[in-house]
Structures are given as structure tokens and as C-alpha cells.
Design a protein around this ligand. Structure first.
Ligand code: DX5
Ligand code: ZN
Length: 216
């Protein structure tokens, strides 16, 4: 599987996100992870489709939008118009089947995510329902800079084994939260191949070297 690094702009300087995104592309990132928070599904508010629209001209990288919002179905068109490439919706917040159809109708890739306390089985219907990617939260959503929840490794393994059993061995599995150079190897050997990293990348002295090491 090819390993993809998706730095989260949540950890970037919000007064210059466009520049941060240009830097991510220069430093070899594969995706730009956009952490959308509505202050309801999670306590903080970060940004919405307008931020995605603002950064779109600054990079060719796929914009990987993680919607930590209630009623995600009401936002899909805005993200499509803003130039989002991947939209990830929480299984806890919607009817995945219906929402996948809407996301695909706008030509975007469809992805589903569960929180640490939600059983991984909640993503099995998404695997069989045509997901282009699956996301497992390894921190409680809302904030960057938290500690990786170790129990996520078992969930990754279970999910990868299910994808293999369902004849989709190469389905992208993304993991999000608390990933460092120390624990990334465990995350990848458990079966994940798309790595979200906010603090690890944006706190790095050498962003490009850190991205290379995370991928290695
Ligand atoms: C938390 C976000 C994560 C977080 C990752 O709700 O979904 O993407 O920003 O940031 P780090 O890598 O700093 O834990
Ligand atoms: Zn995220």
C-alpha cells in the first residue's frame, strides 16, 4: 500500500493558511486535511467551506475535509463548490448510505469516520457501501495536540481485515489524531495507509524531513 501523509491545517497559523498549504505541497504532503468543526458535534468552531474555497487556489493537493458537524447533509454542496476532493462524515451524525450518494453526486470521494468510543463495526456498511476511504479517530475530536489512544490499533487491524475479507484489500484507511514519529510505525503496521498529522508536522523544524520520515 502506498502511504499518504495528510497534515491537518488545524495545527497551522490561521492567519496565513494559504501560505501553510503552499508549504505543505512544497514539503511533499499528499493531502491537506481540513478539520471542519461546528461547535455542536464538537465544542470548538474552526472553519467551514469558505476556508476550503480560500485555500483551493493555493494547492493542487487533494483537500481532505473531515466534517465534525451535525447535519453534514446540509453542507455537502458548499464543500463541493468550494473545491473539496474528499468529504469524510461521522457515522455518529448521519445516515451514511444516503450521504454517500449525495457526496458522490458532486463528484467528490466519500469517506466515513468513527470516534474512539464508537465500535469499528459501524464502518462496515461504508466498506460495503462504496466508501473511497475510512477514517478512525485516535483522539476525541475537537482539538489537535492530544495523546494517541492506543486501543485504536486493534480497530485498525479489525477494519483492514474486514476490507480484505470483503475483497477490498487496498481500501484507504486514514487515522487521525496524536500521531508522532514514534507511533506512526505501529499505526501503519496495524493496517492504516493514510496518516493525519497536525502538531507533528507543523511543530517540525524541518517539515519536509518529518513528512518523509512519517511516510518511511
Ligand atoms: C481533531 C482533528 C485531528 C487533529 C490532529 O479533532 O480531527 O485531525 O487535528 O491533530 P494532531 O496530529 O495534532 O493530533
Ligand atoms: Zn481530522
Amino acid at each position: 500500500m502506498n502511504i499518504k501523509i495528510a497534515p491537518s491545517i488545524l495545527a497551522s497559523d490561521f492567519s496565513r493558511v494559504g501560505k501553510a498549504v503552499e508549504e505543505l505541497e512544497r514539503c511533499g504532503a499528499d493531502y491537506v486535511h481540513c478539520d471542519v468543526m461546528d461547535g455542536n458535534f464538537v465544542p470548538p468552531i474552526t472553519f467551514g467551506a469558505q476556508m476550503v474555497k480560500a485555500i483551493r487556489p493555493h494547492t493542487k493537493l487533494p483537500l481532505d475535509c473531515h466534517l465534525m458537524v451535525l447535519h453534514p447533509e446540509t453542507h455537502i454542496e458548499d464543500f463541493a463548490r468550494a473545491g473539496a476532493d474528499i468529504v469524510t462524515v461521522h457515522a455518529e451524525a448521519c445516515d451514511l448510505g444516503a450521504l454517500f450518494k449525495t457526496i458522490a453526486s458532486f463528484g467528490m470521494k466519500k469517506s466515513a469516520v468513527v470516534n474512539p468510543e464508537t465500535p469499528v463495526e459501524a464502518l462496515f456498511p461504508a466498506v460495503d457501501g462504496g466508501a473511497d476511504m475510512l477514517l478512525l479517530m485516535s483522539v476525541h475530536p475537537g482539538w489537535g495536540g492530544q495523546k494517541f489512544i492506543g486501543g485504536t490499533l486493534k480497530k485498525i487491524e479489525t477494519l483492514r481485515n474486514y476490507c480484505i475479507r470483503q475483497g477490498k484489500p487496498d481500501l484507504d484507511i486514514e487515522v487521525d489524531g496524536g500521531i508522532t514519529e514514534e507511533n506512526v510505525k505501529d499505526v501503519i503496521s496495524a493496517g492504516a495507509n493514510v496518516i493525519v498529522a497536525g502538531s507533528t508536522v507543523f511543530r517540525a523544524a524541518d517539515m519536509a524531513a518529518t513528512i518523509r520520515r512519517l511516510r518511511a
